[in-house]
Design a protein around this ligand. Structure first.
Ligand SMILES: [Zn+2]
Ligand SMILES: [Zn+2]
Length: 266
């Protein structure tokens, strides 16, 4: 029971991060009606709970990551930090500066992401709500755990969003294979991408950053894209970008190819 909860929470959290914060808020790869957007926004909060990430701050940091990939201005390049913890602490500081609007980014990184004060300010920034989430995860373990060491999994539930961010941002620019040469150091870490729902196809995604399918080769599988295809077929979302990742690269010399923040609507 505990394992089923852990695996479902892991996969759902990373799915909503990929589907809502990444492909919708940061890249605007698809559109949906205002009511559907609210439902998805609320579902993202309910699934991510204590580790919910503001779509606005996520989009700003992520657009900076595409614009300045693996340079000093990249908010989370593994090549500028001694270990993953230092990288994540730095990213957290930047993230909080945008959440609390202590810092303003370049105007080109602003706009086009969903904003909902009730969720993003009132609920997500409330300490009592954070304790409610932590209490709920703990209560589940108290009810169903069958060995003491299973409780060691609890902190991962509390910090699920940052844990996924650490894995994707660290491994995705450090370990794995490259399909496309690029100035950044992005890599595809896992050809069968169920652990992070497609997010570790970083090399494909940096080359075709407006492709809603992060898989490029025949044997690569991007689970989030498979869900999106079903949602589009059902009419829940409308895919807004014609770009698709393809291998081999039809235009290996892609100087001048826009590499960031296309899809931004502001
Ligand atoms: Zn990347
Ligand atoms: Zn991206």
């Amino acid at each position: 029971m505990v394992y089923a909860f852990f695996i479902s929470h892991w996969l759902l959290c990373v799915f909503f991060q990929s589907f809502f914060q990444h492909r919708y808020a940061a890249h605007r790869m698809y559109t949906m009606g205002p009511r559907t957007e609210r439902v998805m926004h609320l579902l993202t909060y309910l699934v991510q709970g204590s580790s919910y990430l503001s779509p606005r701050a996520y989009a700003i940091l992520h657009r900076q990551h595409h614009a300045y990939s693996d340079t000093e201005k990249d908010p989370h390049s593994p090549h500028y930090y001694r270990d993953v913890l230092r990288m994540m602490l730095f990213t957290k500081t930047r993230y909080e500066a945008y959440v609390h609007e202590r810092e303003q980014p370049e105007p080109r990184f602003l706009g086009g992401y969903p904003e909902w004060n009730l969720v993003d300010r009132t609920l997500a920034r409330s300490w009592p709500m954070t304790f409610v989430w932590i209490g709920l995860y703990t209560a589940f373990y108290v009810a169903f755990a069958t060995a003491w060491w299973q409780f060691l999994l609890l902190p991962i539930h509390f910090l699920m969003g940052p844990v996924h961010g650490a894995i994707v941002n660290w491994c995705g620019h450090k370990y794995g294979y490259r399909n496309f040469p690029s100035s950044d150091r992005s890599r595809n870490t896992l050809p069968l991408e169920f652990l992070t729902m497609g997010e570790l196809f970083q090399n494909n995604h940096h080359r075709f950053c407006m492709s809603p399918n992060f898989a490029a080769r025949r044997w690569e599988v991007d689970p989030t894209w498979q869900v999106m295809r079903v949602l589009a077929w059902l009419g829940v979302i409308q895919i807004a970008t014609p770009q698709r990742a393809v291998y081999p690269d039809p235009r290996p010399q892609h100087a001048g190819e826009p590499t960031h923040v296309e899809g931004q609507t502001a």
